[in-house]
Design a protein around this ligand. Structure first.
Ligand code: UN1
Length: 504
């Protein structure tokens, strides 16, 4: 079944992972084995790029940029429209490949591709809406305005958990903005990136835009090279906080721009005025969806003391009823973790939680079967436990109680990251307080929904250790362009701003 899937997507074993129009075959980097996390067995090998291969892709991105930036944005939108169409046509297969390579359940694998399609549609519309402002000049006979120009080749570093959607957040927007790009996908998900690159190549064939969409599969050394590379004025990186801490200073040292979307330690406040049926569903999806491997995954439940015991009982029975297993099976809601290392770090975090006084309410174990399966785990904790402040990329939910809303908000904000947040309440004043300047300090703040599963139309990202970047919708496109403020004097004199006189 899987062999046919790979064949339909044109993926062969030892597939090259370097492309900027034509594939480099074979590239000179390390061989990266794609592992099926549901079995622990290899699916296929992708040959990554050496630094020299990367340099060639980046050079081609520079050359392509010089042409691409002169093409009118709506015509660049046409290339993106074709890519969206190709994704529609291959949604089923690509979604299945996501399931196979990173273990997302079937509907989430398909959802990931739908997110790419939505991004393409959004970017096509955006290609006619890259608006600048006209500004009232204080000088007579002058017109002042701003315009947005393409910034240059963009480096895109993506993570395993949204192996292709996060590329599309960046690539679809960067493309209509007039930027070329070099993509370094996660070495844990090389096959999906190769499959996407093949679809892109075919979609834009004949448009003469080779080099606009570049791919170079590789590891951290390649990421470092990209961060140092003056040819890439913008590095957009999604991944862990330590990854961001490694990349950002290197980009900053060359005064480049970085757009960071890093970790989260996301919380939800469940008020005594909540609809608890809704709260239960919101909490379970946010905490265990994608096996707890979203940057927006719910990691901290902050629940009012008056309802905590009853709610946690219901939550524990919901956890026990979840089917964990092969992600392509229909009734499975929780697939595997991505790797052996991910399992080890989850089990280690559970041990630390116990040692620090946490009480495991349910879960806590690895499943006794091949692959990287674990039980979603609910732990009663207190806010003083150091492990609660650490993002463990696994389905562990720490439950803590509060007595008044201000205390809950303070507790909620008392972590390094500031990505996503939510409150469940039917009380308007509580909800608005959570959304006020004294409320959640996160880039995403929700009422009566969970922390994960954002739509692409909004700007996505977070504050503090999450890195401050915004991707996808709203005006996130501005990060992919350079702003130019222009003043034109159409009078015959030269009045100066601020009333300065400089008479010759
Ligand atoms: C991530 O995990 O890096 O809001 C992104 C969500 C998804 C994106 C998560 N749309 O959960």
């Amino acid at each position: 079944m899987f062999d046919e899937l790979l064949e339909r997507l044109g993926l062969r074993d030892r597939h090259p992972g370097v492309c900027s129009g034509p594939w480099s075959d074979p590239p000179g980097g390390e061989e990266i084995v794609s592992i099926n996390p549901s079995t622990g067995e290899p699916i296929a090998t992708v040959v990554g790029g050496s630094i020299a291969d990367y340099d060639a892709v980046a050079d081609r991105a520079v050359a392509a940029f010089k042409r691409w930036r002169t093409l009118p944005a709506p015509r660049r939108g046409e290339a993106v429209r074709r890519i969206g169409q190709a994704l529609r046509e291959h949604k089923d297969d690509l979604g299945m490949l996501v399931t196979l390579e990173v273990g997302k359940i079937r509907s989430e694998g398909l959802g990931e591709v739908q997110e790419m399609i939505d991004m393409a549609d959004f970017a096509v519309g955006l290609s006619r809406q890259l608006y600048g402002l006209t500004i009232a000049s204080e000088r007579p006979g002058h017109r002042m305005f701003e315009q947005w120009h393409p910034i240059g080749p963009v480096g895109i570093i993506s993570a395993f958990n949204f192996p292709v959607a996060v590329w599309s957040w960046n690539a679809m927007v960067a493309a209509v903005c007039g930027d070329s790009m070099v993509w370094k996908p996660s070495p844990l998900a090389p096959l999906t990136s190769v499959a996407v690159q093949r679809l892109v190549n075919r979609a834009v064939e004949g448009m003469g835009i080779d080099g606009v969409f570049g791919l170079c599969v590789g590891g951290a050394d390649l990421g470092r090279r990209m961060a140092e590379d003056d040819r890439l004025p913008l590095i957009s990186a999604t991944g862990s906080v330590p990854m961001g801490r490694a990349i950002a200073p290197v980009v900053a040292a060359r005064l480049g721009r970085s757009l960071l979307e890093l970790g989260g330690n996301n919380g939800i406040i469940v008020s005594p005025k909540a609809n608890l049926d809704l709260a239960l569903r919101a909490v379970v999806f946010a905490a265990v969806g994608t096996a707890g491997q979203r940057c927006t995954t719910l990691r901290r439940l902050i629940i009012h003391e008056s309802i905590a015991d009853g709610f946690l009982d219901r939550l524990a029975s919901a956890y026990r009823s979840l089917r964990v297993g092969d992600p392509w099976e229909d009734d499975v809601l929780v697939g595997p973790l991505i790797s052996e290392q991910a399992v080890a770090s989850m089990l280690d975090a559970i041990e630390q939680a116990k040692a620090q006084g946490g009480e495991v309410v349910c879960g806590g174990n690895r499943l006794d079967r091949p692959g990287y399966f674990v039980e979603p785990t609910l732990i009663r904790a207190n806010p003083g436990m150091p492990i609660v402040r650490k993002e463990t990329f696994a389905p562990i939910l720490f439950a803590m109680t509060y007595s008044d809303l201000d205390e809950a908000i303070a507790l909620h904000n008392d972590v390094a990251e500031g990505l996503s947040s939510a409150i469940v309440t039917d009380d308007l004043r509580e909800a608005e307080r959570f959304l006020s300047p004294e409320g959640s300090d996160c880039g995403i703040a929700n009422v009566n929904i969970g922390t994960s599963g954002a739509e692409i139309g909004g700007a996505f990202g977070g504050e503090k250790a999450t890195g401050g970047g915004r991707e996808a919708g709203s005006d996130a496109w501005k990060a992919y362009m350079r702003r130019q403020t222009c003043t034109v004097n159409f009078g015959g004199t030269l009045p100066l701003a601020q009333g300065v006189r400089f008479d010759l």
